[in-house]
Design a protein around this ligand. Structure first.
Ligand code: DQA
Length: 143
């Protein structure tokens, strides 16, 4: 089974971006760790990052044709703004986990609302970059 990991805007800066909030681990490290974990769990991990909303929508659409079983998505700031990403995930009907590195509920009020949470199978927030691995463990057990 295939699991697609999508990271949205500014997550390419992971490791150097506001490290007190997002930690010191880079996106390359996160993705490499997930690929290794995926091998151990018997799932193929595909990784994608984009700063562009439409590119994320296109990647979600392509996932259906590729037979992706689960999506893990950290939509970054698009979490709080994007009806288009919500509709794309609902449109392809691939189950997904919404992942946030930080605990968005502990932060500014504008981060408390998500356009994805009520259509997500599960939501991770505040587990740091470890949250991706925890989410991968969860979806691998349901593949
Ligand atoms: C984030 C939280 C969002 O509010 C923020 O815009 C991000 C990252 C997180 O992983 O904690 O870019 O999704």
């Amino acid at each position: 089974p295939k699991v697609l990991v999508i990271n949205g805007p500014n997550l390419n800066l992971l490791g150097t971006r506001e490290p007190e909030i997002y930690g010191a681990t880079t996106l390359v490290d996160v993705e490499r760790g997930l690929q290794e974990q995926g091998e151990a769990l018997g799932v193929e991990v595909l990784c994608f990052q984009s700063n562009h909303e439409g590119a994320i929508v296109d990647r979600i659409h392509a996932a259906r044709g590729e037979g992706v079983a689960w999506v893990l998505i950290n939509p970054g700031a698009y979490t709080h703004t994007s009806v288009a990403i919500r509709d794309a995930l609902a449109g392809v009907a691939i189950p997904f986990v919404e992942v946030h590195i930080s605990n968005v509920h502990k932060r500014e009020p504008f981060r408390h609302h998500s356009y994805l949470s009520d259509v997500a199978e599960a939501v991770m927030a505040g587990f740091g970059t470890q949250g991706y691995g925890l989410a991968l463990q969860f979806v691998a057990s349901r593949c």
